[in-house]
Design a protein around this ligand. Structure first.
Ligand code: AMP
Ligand code: ZN
Ligand code: FE
Ligand code: FE
Length: 280
């Protein structure tokens, strides 16, 4: 049986694997298709495409956009994006700048708390345009200022903890539109994590194409619930591990195996969308 993992991060955002390492794990585990969904960037996709091609794996260009709907944070996955789409690149560059500024703000708060972390050490460790809290956590651990990443999040970085800084986000409706104009399919990521089921009808109204039913942190009951919701709203079904390499304990790739028939349905849906040229 063929299967796919459509939710993966590399060191182009807050994962620890390079695209080549990630493709290598995908090949070892027997995946037929992989999608890269780094946070607010498509930069890693070119290398991932090359690495997947060399390993005989089908590759899908993706991204995970941080968005909000009426003060609820949600993540919108885009698939089959044109990675050269101008509007996509312009918009995600804005959110990359937001992420970089936020690192400075988090470090300032840590310094005010007496934790002597330097922003430069976070940027050096992150070495990417989409830095985030996991990089701050790793820099804190590396400097011996916390024992481990959990302590960094629990003491400082979790929502409403003293060094947490909210992040300005695009609206979910803008995210869906941005994905569509870049030729992609828009999918709601890990709905079970955000507990945002009540907003699904509004997102469907805005053109949502699919929902991530299978995810490392979804229980079987949750997956079944979202399969029913997908059926009810005629949404595509997707799934992935959300592997971040060693950034969150052990690598998760291999833990979620999406039957390949869902990838075929995504490709059919994309084919039906006779989108105008998206490279404007
Ligand atoms: P950011 O995009 O900067 O808000 O960071 C989000 C990333 O931090 C995601 O990959 C989350 O899974 C990760 N994250 C959030 N909370 C925790 C936590 N308590 N422990 C470890 N990682 C976390
Ligand atoms: Zn992440
Ligand atoms: Fe997410
Ligand atoms: Fe993710």
């Amino acid at each position: 049986m063929k299967f796919a993992d459509l939710h993966l991060h590399t060191n182009f955002s807050d994962g620890t694997f390079t695209p080549e390492e990630l493709a290598g794990h995908g090949a070892r585990l027997g995946f037929s298709a992989l999608a890269l969904t780094d946070h607010d960037t498509v930069e890693g996709c070119e290398r991932m495409a090359t690495a997947c091609a060399a390993a005989g794996i089908e590759f899908i260009v993706g991204a995970e956009l941080t968005a909000e709907y009426e003060d609820t944070e949600l993540h919108v996955l885009g698939y089959f994006l044109n990675p050269q789409n101008k509007k996509l690149l312009t918009e995600i560059a804005k959110f990359q700048a937001v992420r970089q500024n936020r690192i400075h703000e988090m470090v300032t708060r840590l310094n005010e708390l007496g934790v002597p972390l330097e922003a430069e050490s976070v940027f050096a460790l992150a070495n990417c345009k989409s830095p985030g809290r996991p990089h701050v956590a790793r820099a804190l651990a590396k400097a011996g200022l916390v024992k481990n990443l959990d302590e960094a999040f629990e003491r400082f970085l979790k929502k409403n903890r003293p060094a947490w800084v909210p992040k300005s986000k695009m609206s979910a409706l803008e995210a869906i539109e941005l994905v569509h104009q870049a030729g992609g399919l828009a999918v709601m990521a890990h709905p079970g994590l955000n507990r945002t089921d009540e907003i699904i009808p509004a997102l469907v109204e805005a053109g949502l194409d699919g929902i991530e039913c299978f995810h490392t942190k979804h229980s079987t009951v949750m997956s079944e619930r979202y399969l029913e919701i997908a059926d009810k709203f005629h949404l595509l079904v997707t799934g992935g591990s959300d592997c971040h390499g060693f950034s969150k304990g052990k690598p998760l790739i291999g833990g979620v195996k999406l039957p390949y028939e869902h990838v075929e349905k995504m490709k059919e849906a994309r084919g039906r969308k006779t989108a105008e040229p998206s490279n404007r």
